[in-house]
Write a protein that binds this ligand. Structure first.
Ligand SMILES: Cc1ncc(COP(=O)(O)O)c(C=O)c1O
Length: 475
């Protein structure tokens, strides 16, 4: 592609994306892809073209093959999983990042990449109401951030055992504590960091699905008495299924007394902390050792952009740093080298899209949108609470509802089948997208609001659709 051809194709593609966003906002597509498994694979050539193809052919396939196989996360009727908003300005930030082709191996390889990340993360820290004691770094996902946190916890507890015999040389197994509501990425991180499933303690929750600090304290005492070494607690602020908030003040007290690392997973709900009225939900966060918040969820910075904050970067750097001679520069003593703040050496310029979003939106507009979503969730929660045979199964702390339609006389497996049937009927109708989840051993449905295009009318329409599909038994 010559620069001129790039300009032409690029303009066309920006138009294409803008048209797509308009069509999605007008709800022109079925929210869930109607593609049969394997259909796209079949439709694509089995081997690469020998000669290059005209860009028009690629673009045509975008419309004819790729688009029909997409689920539309930006659709106003998307209420599945969690909102994963990519504001148009974030798309532009991503484009510039790729267009500049920067690679942050160290500060010198791209001073702009490093220093823009420092500044944007400091803005973001202030927006979240966190004190100056926190320093941040952008990771790809919360899964990676939690993995990094557990590796740091492991190294602290073993006095940097990785530099000697590693976990295998320890005479006491290191323990990790999570609640039953923790995201699956926490278990994965603990297993990958070498703790072993047997050393992962699942702490019971209370009626609101929040971790019980008394049960945590007892589990730690029990482990110590049995010769095991408590190492890390992962508390969740805004669990995926139930929006549980583990009580950080009490948990931090236990963590401090027992000298255990406290990592906070606020991947989804952290964005709510740009609203001062929500910050009571994570009271005690200042006492944690590390924290992850994903601007690539509700806030609107397109995937992927996960922010990881630590209280003591010296410790993180000691665990993560490698310093081969070809990466050493004379600036090293004066600058941050983010390769020592995580796993990858090469880093993308993800800060651009965060910076674009914060500048174009301003804090006030971001707050306004999140407050709109909270009000929509409260409206729906009131409707569900008032409706006969409908039940809310968890407190509505933010923008996610967990609910069930319970027709008289239906229980156990029959109720589970009913729940899955009506949720499936909605998803297959193309008029909405919801995700069922197992809560306390039985199927429920999560309604997760917060797509940028979702207005009150879409929530009213969803409620009508839910009642219609559930009350006609998922037909
Ligand atoms: C509470 C929580 N933690 C972690 C994750 C994983 O996020 P990521 O996809 O960034 O790894 C999610 C995503 O659903 C989440 O809701």
């Amino acid at each position: 592609m010559t620069p001129e051809e790039f300009r032409r194709a690029g303009h066309e593609l920006i138009d294409w994306i803008a048209d797509y966003r308009e069509r999605v906002a007008r709800a022109e597509f079925p929210v869930m892809a109607r593609t049969a498994p394997g259909a796209l694979r079949e439709a694509l050539p089995k081997s690469p073209p020998q000669a290059g193809e005209p860009f028009e052919a690629i673009r045509r396939d975008l419309d004819e093959l790729i688009l029909p196989a997409c689920a539309h996360w930006q659709d106003p009727r998307f209420f599945g999983y969690f909102p994963s908003n990519g504001l148009p300005v974030a798309v532009l930030g991503d484009l510039v990042s790729t267009g500049l082709g920067q690679l942050g191996l160290n500060w010198q390889a791209s001073p702009a990449l490093t220093e823009l990340e420092e500044v944007s993360l400091d803005w973001w820290r202030q927006m979240l109401g966190l004190s100056e004691r926190w320093s941040g770094v952008i990771q790809d996902t919360a899964s990676t951030a939690t993995f990094v946190a557990l590796v740091c916890a492991r190294e602290r507890a073993s006095n940097h055992g990785a530099a000697r015999g590693g976990l295998q040389a320890l005479d006491r197994p290191l323990m990790v504590y999570v609640s039953s509501q923790a995201h699956s990425s926490v278990e994965k991180a603990a297993l990958l960091a070498g703790f072993g499933r047997e050393n992962l303690r699942v702490i019971p929750v209370d009626a609101q699905f929040d971790m019980r600090p008394d049960a945590l304290a007892s589990a730690i005492l029990e482990d110590r008495a049995a010769g095991r070494e408590p190492c890390a607690i992962v508390a969740t602020c805004g669990s995926t299924a139930t929006t549980a908030f583990d009580p950080l003040t009490d948990i931090a007290r236990v963590a401090r007394a027992e000298e255990v690392w406290l990592h906070v997973d606020a991947a989804m709900a952290g964005s709510a902390m740009i609203l001062p009225e929500c910050r009571g939900l994570w009271d005690g966060v200042e006492s944690a050792d590390s924290l992850v918040v994903n601007p690539h969820k509700w806030l609107g910075v397109s995937f992927d952009c996960s922010t990881y904050f630590v209280r003591n970067p010296e410790f993180l750097v000691r665990v993560m740093s490698t310093n081969p001679s070809y990466l050493k520069t004379s600036a090293d003593g004066q600058v941050k080298n983010y390769r020592d703040w995580g796993i990858p050496l090469g880093r993308r310029m993800r800060a651009l899209k965060l910076w674009f979003v914060i500048r174009e939106q301003g804090v006030a507009r971001l707050q306004e949108r999140l407050r709109r979503d909270l009000a929509n969730a409260r409206w729906l929660a009131d409707e569900v609470a008032r409706a006969p045979r409908w039940k809310l199964l968890a407190p509505v702390r933010l923008q996610t509802l967990v609910l069930r339609h319970e027709p008289p006389g239906l229980g156990g497996d029959a109720l589970d089948e009913h729940t899955q049937r009506w949720a499936k009927a909605i998803n297959e109708s193309g008029e909405g997208y919801l995700t069922p989840a197992i809560i306390d051993g039985h199927w429920a449905v999560r309604v997760s609001l917060g797509a940028t295009a979702t207005e009150r009318q879409h929530v009213i329409d969803l409620w009508r659709l839910m009642r219609a599909k559930a009350e006609e038994g998922g037909k």
